[in-house]
Unconditional design. Structure first.
Length: 297
């Protein structure tokens, strides 16, 4: 970090400025019977599953995990998975995302995070997960203080997770899963940066380096053809199709903000012409951006 340029503060030692977003959502607990099943799904966020009692099977990226009481599994973004309860169980689950590229990439490069109950990593995460779980109220009526505590305990969870995954050995034989995860994480982060730079600083994406699949895969230090192949093997779609899904998700969010014009949204997502964005959005949603906005506002 550079020192202040101001002569008044030239001797000041400062903390880093923070302007990021941590998202905690979908948190719930439930008791289910043997045979309960969730079909194939994937999410744009990380997903944590903690089995409190009983057992379940998770099919994930050509791996099968049997989670028993106390086990913790963290599923990286956008990996297809399905879940079947093997023995009547209670579980705790939540999704989370963060727009810090370093930690997101770090978690993905660490690989599938599976901590059986007996592992030291599991025991280290348990205090923050327990406090989060204990905040759940049967009537689902929560105060502002509860929301602050959710953020506090969720941050405690991230601090421990960061410590656990920051010091793993840098692997030169990364698995397909890790390569695909790196590509997905970089695409997501670059799009978020592009949106932030335009909406907060007025930087037109066309004046900087726009997102290209070639450059993103190049950051993983693998060839374009191999990166495309492993991404399709893991996610079932091409990197380009995945980027389109990300743009659709961001477009729907931006369209809910009235002061962003359709032209602005088209620009921030990297389209050179508004008409191209409109046609693409209609292919995605079956309606134009204006129709979507009018329908949802």
């Amino acid at each position: 970090m550079k020192p202040y340029q101001s002569t008044i503060l030239c001797n000041a030692i400062r903390l880093p400025a923070l302007n990021w977003q941590l998202s905690f959502f979908g948190g719930h607990c439930q008791q289910v019977k043997a045979g309960w099943h969730i079909g194939t799904e994937r999410h744009l966020a990380f997903e944590l599953i903690q089995v409190l009692s009983g057992a379940e099977r998770v099919n994930l990226a050509q791996h099968v995990f049997i989670l028993n009481a106390g086990d913790i599994l963290i599923i990286p973004p956008n990996l297809e998975h399905d879940i079947t309860c093997l023995k009547e169980m209670d579980y705790f689950n939540f999704h989370f995302s963060l727009d810090d590229q370093l930690l997101s990439t770090q978690l993905i490069e660490h690989g599938l995070i599976y901590y059986p109950q007996s592992t030291p990593q599991n025991k280290e995460l348990l205090p923050s997960l327990t406090t989060l779980y204990q905040l759940i109220r049967p009537d689902m009526k929560y105060t502002f203080a509860t929301k602050l505590n959710i953020q506090k305990f969720f941050t405690d969870f991230l601090i421990v997770l960061n410590q656990q995954t920051a010091h793993h050995e840098k692997n030169t034989r990364l698995t397909k899963l890790k390569y695909a995860g790196m590509i997905a994480s970089n695409l997501q982060q670059q799009l978020k940066n592009q949106i932030y730079n335009f909406t907060q600083q007025g930087i037109d994406p066309q004046t900087t380096n726009t997102i290209t699949i070639k450059n993103v895969i190049g950051k993983a230090q693998i060839s374009l053809s191999y990166g495309t192949e492993v991404f399709r093997d893991v996610y079932g779609i091409s990197p380009r199709a995945y980027l389109s899904e990300l743009k659709l998700s961001e477009a729907k969010h931006l369209l809910m903000i009235p002061n962003f014009s359709i032209s602005d949204i088209s620009t921030v997502l990297g389209y050179t012409e508004q008409s191209h964005f409109t046609r693409q959005f209609k292919r995605w949603m079956g309606m134009t951006p204006n129709q979507f906005r009018n329908h949802n506002l």
